[in-house]
Design a protein around this ligand. Structure first.
Ligand code: BGC
Length: 749
């Protein structure tokens, strides 16, 4: 209805304009309606995928302009370094400015629930704390350049199978404590300009049409100020989506949808305020982008390539180094084996695929660094071409006559990508065969791994004395690996995901990726290290693991509790001969907790660079909000009081110092209703003693027992007050207990 004094024609025009702002103007633009400026958005996240007009797609099929390809999330996370993630964000922001991009579509911070997840390479970790800290730093970095980000994919988007229909069915605690926690942290700490709603449904409701997710939680609880953008093609019913809290449907244009939205307001099916909010948020985003725009911006492509190398080197994990086989001696005669040494695998497939501005090749980089002979044998091909036996024989011959073999193994691009999940986590059998054959003639063999998702390393780990994990390292990965192999860089990366012994051990083994459009997250809270530790399952390499060419001692853990959380201080000493960096990880648990919990969970980490012999104190605050669990009864985060056990370690299973500290908790007073159980009422500090007294009197009157034994208490504790009558518990209103209960519950029942 037109407002008082408003012309009807004007009102319709405004409605149409608001509706048009709610969909993209093109595949990659939004805004551009009335006086609202246009915004160019681009994938992301580890580089720009800016496509030319007329050659657009959201699957990474078409071309894009050259850009710096930094390590994808799977690699970057292995740095465990938020400052570095922030610098990466700043560099990406500069490239966005130079290319006129207003919003970079990232970071992706979904939890790597299962190693088979097809997009795990785009996500940071199995752990929400690590994901949240890194994601927030990355967002700060990009946005410091006047460019927006899109925190994705909100939420519970943990597999690719049936991804545009399937429902992720997650219980409330794991949803809050595992799957939403990193999103919450990034929103609260870094206010991304946009959040991208996921393709999937969450507990039956499409993420893009989910008022609980988009409005109650994201805006209401977390205070999100920006615009909610749909994933490309995620919107099922746009009117429902706008009502739920979606602001911008991508891609566009969608004139029919715009008309439907406007008509829905006219017919009263959509609240005019919801449409106004959606249009307002898009207009605000466009204004922010316009204000941040630096039309003359350029970036130094050489400097960004250098950064790509530096970052990549920080992300390499030294998994094993028996007998100090690494680093390679400068004059070593090296047999480099494996196709990946010549044709590196450095990023994943799909919408995040970047047209790298240049590419470092490990073989060439090694040759430029080493004085000895560096000979190469392909060993295998990733596309099945070539004579398998001849390739293997050549590798064996070369390996046997060299001083050391460096074998590059991994997954080919076609084996993992957005759009599908993996069916297993094994390395290709032909690669393992080549490795076995080489090791048989050359025990001094190093394996270098390239892969997005975790691969099973049980068949490799006992074969070779040294193992380097590059995950995916971006365009500077070749130089980075050569730097680490030759000791120009001392490795300091840490795994961001557990390497299980077998697929059958993984938490979601039986429930991944779901069927009939439902994925049941039956492992609950026990994702990643939480699962392996609680079930005491041996793993090949634990979460947080990573060695160095030097050694560190971590000791003297001191803990203090305050209103802010637990402050943990520990001393780290470099006890070896080389300068290096250690990432100290703090895990906390609460033995005897009243709720289901992991044995210990990552709650803080910090890295320290130390010269040989140097020692330094590291202090980290384990924040109160991070120590809290989600209590579904009172619908809020609760810090449970108790004696917390805190460990400082260099992996989730290499705990070097432990201590306990008593923490004052939050008071939880359950609402008292007729549905409250006797046990709940008895736990109430005021009602409890009164009820106990009343109960004793009641049972003394009616029962032969005379006193209220412990067993009796346990038996009746779970009875809701409203049902007590059926148990002769005084529900007739006459007994003193009945009167007490009526008094207690009357007001709220
Ligand atoms: C992906 C998003 C991406 C979008 C645009 C979708 O298929 O899920 O991550 O940002 O396409 O390419």
């Amino acid at each position: 209805m037109p407002a008082d004094g408003e012309q009807p024609g004007t009102d319709t025009a405004r409605l149409e304009e608001e509706a048009a702002l709610g969909s993209g103007r093109s595949f990659w633009t939004a805004g551009g309606v009335g006086d609202v400026p246009s915004v160019l958005v681009t994938d992301g996240p580890h580089g720009l995928r800016k496509q030319e007009e007329g050659a657009v797609d959201h699957l990474g099929l078409g071309g894009s302009r050259p850009a710096t390809c930094l390590p994808p999330a799977a690699g970057l996370a292995q740095s465990w370094d938020p400052e570095l993630a922030q610098r990466v964000g700043e560099a990406l922001g500069r490239e966005c400015q130079a290319e006129g991009v207003g919003v970079l579509l990232g970071p992706g911070i979904n939890i790597r629930r299962d190693p088979r997840g097809g997009r795990n390479f785009e996500y940071y970790s199995e752990d929400p704390h690590l994901s949240g800290v890194l994601g927030a730093a990355w967002v700060r970095g990009v946005q410091s350049q006047g460019v927006g980000t899109s925190l994705k994919h909100f939420a519970a988007n943990n597999h690719e199978h049936d991804r545009m229909r399937a429902s992720s069915d997650v219980d409330e605690r794991p949803l809050r404590e595992i799957y939403l926690r990193a999103f919450q942290r990034v929103v609260e700490d870094a206010q991304p300009w946009t959040v991208m709603s996921a393709y999937n449904r969450v507990n039956g409701v499409y993420a893009s049409e989910n008022p609980w997710l988009l409005t109650d939680v994201l805006r209401g609880e977390w205070g999100f100020q920006g615009a909610v953008v749909s994933d490309w093609g995620a919107v099922n019913d746009r009117v429902v989506a706008v009502a739920a809290g979606l602001d911008l449907q991508m891609p566009g244009p969608d004139p029919a949808g715009d008309a439907r939205v406007a008509a829905a307001v006219g017919s009263g099916d959509l609240d005019a305020d919801a449409l106004r909010r959606s249009a307002g948020k898009v207009a605000e985003l466009a204004a922010k982008v316009a204000a941040g725009r630096r039309p003359d911006a350029t970036y130094d492509a050489d400097a960004h390539h250098e950064l790509a190398r530096e970052v990549a080197a920080r992300c390499v994990v030294l998994l094993k180094n028996d007998g100090d086989l690494l680093p390679l001696a400068a004059d070593a005669d090296v047999a480099v084996i494996g196709e990946f040494a010549e044709q590196p695998r450095y990023q994943g497939g799909g919408s995040s695929h970047v047209n790298a501005s240049r590419l470092d090749v490990p073989l060439e980089e090694l040759r430029s660094r080493l004085a000895g002979t560096v000979a190469f044998a392909r060993g295998f091909t990733t596309d099945g071409s070539g004579d398998v036996d001849a390739l293997r024989a050549e590798a064996v011959e070369l390996g046997g006559r060299s001083g050391v073999a460096v074998v590059f193994l991994g997954l080919a691009a076609r084996q993992e990508s957005e759009g599908f999940d993996r069916e297993h986590i094994d390395l290709p059998a032909d690669q393992l065969e080549v490795l076995r054959a080489v090791v048989a003639v050359q025990p001094r063999t190093v394996v270098v791994l390239s892969h997005g998702g975790v691969v099973r390393l049980a068949p490799v780990v006992d074969l070779v004395p040294a193992l380097l994990d590059g995950a995916l390292l971006g365009q500077g990965g070749g130089a980075a690996l050569a730097d680490v192999l030759t000791s120009a860089v001392n490795p300091s990366g840490k795994l961001s995901e557990t390497v299980p012994q077998r697929l059958q051990d993984v938490p979601a083994y039986l429930d991944f990726p779901g069927e009939f459009s439902h994925a049941r997250y039956s492992e609950g809270l026990f994702v990643g290290h939480r699962w392996y530790d609680r079930r005491e399952i041996d793993v090949t390499f634990p979460f947080g693991h990573g060695l160095s060419y030097t050694t560190f001692e971590v000791s003297g853990l001191a803990l203090t509790a305050s209103d802010e959380g637990i402050t943990a201080t520990v001393t780290v000493v470099n006890t070896g001969e080389r300068a290096g960096r250690e990432v100290v990880q703090f895990y906390a648990g609460l033995p005897g907790s009243s709720v289901t919990r992991a044995v210990r969970e990552l709650k803080g980490f910090a890295s320290v660079d130390l010269a040989p012999g140097e020692s330094r104190e590291v202090t980290v605050l384990l924040r109160r909000e991070d120590l809290a669990y989600w209590n579904p009864r009172v619908q809020r985060w609760v810090l449970e009081a108790g004696e917390y056990l805190v460990h400082a370690g260099v992996s989730s299973r290499d705990l070097r110092a432990s201590g306990a500290v008593s923490v004052a908790g939050d008071e939880v007073r359950l609402p008292v209703t007729a549905e409250s159980t006797l046990g709940e009422l008895m736990a109430d500090p005021e009602l409890g003693p009164q009820i106990l007294a009343g109960l004793s009197r009641t049972t003394q009157q009616g029962a032969e027992h005379g006193d209220l034994g412990m067993d009796m208490m346990r038996m009746i504790a779970s009875i809701p007050v409203s049902r007590l009558a059926g148990f002769g518990g005084g529900g007739d209103g006459a007994s003193p207990l009945a009167q007490l209960l009526e008094g207690a519950t009357g007001a709220e029942s």
